[in-house]
Design a protein around this ligand. Sequence first.
Ligand code: UDP
Length: 325
Amino acid sequence: MRVLVTGGAGYIGSITVEQLILAGDEVVVFDNLYQGHRDAVHPQAKFVQGDLKDRAAIDAALEAHQPDAIMHFASYTLVGESMQQPFLYLGANVTNGLNLLQSAVEHGVKKFILSSTANLFDQPERMPIDENERIIPGSPYGESKHILERMLYWLDRTQGMRYACLRYFNAAGASAERGEHHDPETHIIPLVLQVALGQREQFGIFGDDYPTPDGTCVRDYIHIIDLAQAHILALRALDEGSRTYNLGNGRGFSVKEVIDTAREITGHSIPTKVVARRPGDPAVLVASSDRIRRELGWEPKYPELRTIIETAWKWHQANPNGYAR
Ligand code: UDP
């Protein structure tokens, strides 16, 4: 299949591109390089530098490359930032997605995979969280993804668009050649590993008075290659209909457990300091991925936190400045 991947120079996008190419698919990356890195793009992928706010640029890419499917990763992705700058998310994330969808429909692209989020579930009634959980977005970021999910629902009904919404919990880890590099970095595993690399003095724990066993937040970390594989399985299944999946390991680890595991792997003491809670952080987020396991036979290959952090550590050691030259 020929797949156009927006955000294919970013963390999750670039590793999904790599896995698509390994699976024999043709890939065109469409990315504005605002957060993405040109060097993260697999050399066998075609690359278009373009912005989703530019309808003409999207049209030109679809005309030139005639993809069979689109995977849409390009997005503003930070919960905290979205609380500070709601219009960036309720505006750009929504209108960029709308541009892409309109262009897709006009060019007859009828397969679409949306990168969605666990931030749809701000007040879960059951843990682990399955797809029947009530949607209450936790931030303008989560709301922007919810709006795109709803657009897809209607495009399925009115235009025959077949879609998969994949709601990620905490993507983590690295492949041999690609890893996590954000600027500024806000995610726990790269931050902890930057301390181990001597690039930061300490790691700030956002609160240790949550109602969890050790007082720190519990999250469900899913290895990036397992996540990428879920996209590929979902893509292959679209002919049988649209679908929505929650994607995680089904097991939660606390912030302290992540730090302790990183200490064991790196042999570094990783000093920490408890700081204020971060607004918008729920105490516990753990996914039930029973549906994708049952329907598509998805099975994570790297379910252990230890393996997830080991792969990240290898990549960070080999690339201490990430993709920066
Ligand atoms: N976290 C933390 N200090 C940091 C960054 C993150 O304690 O400097 C915690 C955060 O509160 C959350 C977990 O680590 O419980 C994962 O955060 P991250 O930003 O990596 O992902 P998110 O859960 O926001 O998607």
